[in-house]
Design a protein around this ligand. Structure first.
Ligand SMILES: C[S@@+](CC[C@H](N)C(=O)[O-])C[C@H]1O[C@@H](n2cnc3c(N)ncnc32)[C@H](O)[C@@H]1O
Length: 270
């Protein structure tokens, strides 16, 4: 039987059609403060670092660093971190955390997957990570850039299924959630590129606590691209009827199980 050859980069691009949300920096600029607050509610970064096992002498590149979910804890464990993101608000929040926590070995850089990394001065690093940030349209090129920048290892975390999206929010406004391409495209493309990677899954129960209804609305409406005033009304009513008191805040009656695939490979140094 003939082998079926799938072009996984083309398949990724096709599957991403219609998933433009999050591909411009203004989306992340707007989301940054709430994202930075809620990201601290899980042990995702601890699980990522336990699997990565960074050594104290390493320099690490964190691409799509956000407000420093990994860059900040990494900075305490390694020699230096170069943290790149295309959202200036995320980078400002990262700088603020570094100042507040007395961290001096993080270099924030403004840049994108599509930029020329040489001109950005990204350089090479012992380890390279892209945590929940590999949304480039040209996946092959993004992998090549990450691989080229790494001297020892690369670690990418990617969506599994619905990822951080919550079906309940879609249903509340009468929409159906159609998830974008997940980690399996990435893993197959790596195979095609001759990169033998390992996969670990990071699973956590997400149970966000909101201070009030407005915060809950803001913390969920990012999922709804081009949300209308009517949908916002529906979502507000749904949340008001569904959220339950928890401590001094509010949360959903059930947590949501979120899975990430952590895909890693060692550079061939022989
Ligand atoms: C889900 S957040 C992840 C942040 C952090 N790495 C984490 O795991 O919490 C995705 C990040 O990727 C960044 N990002 C998305 N597209 C990007 C692009 N084309 N170039 C650079 N950064 C990008 C966003 O600005 C955002 O900070």
């Amino acid at each position: 039987m003939d082998r079926i050859e799938i072009d996984w980069n083309a398949a990724w691009q096709k599957a991403r059609e219609g998933f433009s949300q999050g591909s411009d920096s203004s989306f992340w600029d707007k989301r940054a403060p709430a994202f930075a607050r809620h990201v601290k509610e899980t042990d995702y970064e601890k699980r990522f670092l336990d699997l990565m096992q960074p050594a104290p002498s390493w320099s690490v590149l964190d691409f799509g660093c956000g407000a420093g979910t990994l860059a900040i804890p990494l900075a305490r464990r390694v020699a230096s971190v170069t943290a790149v993101d295309f959202s200036r608000v995320m980078l400002d929040l990262l700088r603020q955390s570094c100042r507040e926590e007395g961290i001096t070995n993080v270099t924030p850089l403004h840049g994108s997957w599509d930029d020329d990394w040489e001109s950005l001065g990204i350089g090479s690093h012992d380890a390279v990570i892209a945590s929940r940030s590999l949304v480039a349209l040209d996946l092959r090129e993004a992998i090549t850039k990450l691989d080229r920048a790494a001297r020892r290892s690369v670690h990418i975390s990617s969506l599994v299924g619905d990822g951080p999206q919550d079906r309940r929010i879609y249903e509340a406004v009468g929409r159906t959630l159609v998830s974008g391409p997940d980690y399996i495209y990435l893993y197959n493309l790596l195979y095609q590129m001759g990169i033998r990677a390992t996969i670990n899954f990071i699973t956590h129960r997400e149970w966000k606590v909101y201070g009030n209804l407005d915060e809950a609305l803001e913390g969920n409406c990012w999922m709804l691209k081009d949300v209308t005033r009517e949908e916002l009304g529906l979502l507000r009513r749904y949340l008001a009827a569904t959220l339950q008191a928890h401590g001094s805040g509010w949360r959903m009656p059930e947590p949501r199980v979120v899975r990430w695939a952590l895909i890693s490979w060692e550079k061939d140094t022989e």
